[in-house]
Structure formats: C-alpha cells, structure tokens
Design a protein around this ligand. Structure first.
Ligand code: ZN
Length: 82
C-alpha cells in the first residue's frame, strides 16, 4: 500500500515527506536495529509515539518537534497542495 506523501518547505528547499504507520517501521528494523518495536527520531533520538509519523525523504523519521523545527518556509509563502 502506497504511503501518504506530502511536501514541506525547509531552509534547503522543498522536500518530500512520507507518513508511516507504526507497522511500516517494522520493515525498517533490518536497516537500523531498534529494541522492541520502538520508533526513534532520526534527528534527536526521542521516542516517537504519534502515528502516522513524518519520514523526511522517506528515510529520516522525525518527532513532532523536529518535524516542526525543520520547516522554514522562505518568504512566508505556503505552497502546500492538498
Ligand atoms: Zn526529534
């Protein structure tokens, strides 16, 4: 099943964000060993308890704080397509 995708504006430009459910992270365990089935933020290592979780570029899981922190729209214009 295809994951939901959105785009956000950051200081580095527009980047793709995938929204993963908790089960989606189980298939990621082989790459990054995580005890139990905990999901950790790839930026600050905080445990993520809210799902679906934003995964930047489809590789970097971000907690709510980091996800908000990475968003730095240039010029204040919001090009968010729904
Ligand atoms: Zn974080």
């Amino acid at each position: 099943m295809k994951k939901k995708e959105t785009y956000i504006n950051t200081a580095d430009g527009r980047i793709r964000v995938e929204w993963w459910r908790k089960g989606d992270f189980r298939s990621k365990v082989s790459i990054i060993p995580i005890p139990d089935d905990r999901v950790l933020c790839d930026y600050c290592n905080a445990e993520i308890n809210e799902f679906p979780t934003p995964v930047l570029w489809g590789t970097h899981a971000a907690c709510k704080k980091c996800y908000i922190g990475v968003q730095r729209p240039k010029g204040g214009s919001n090009g968010n397509n729904k």
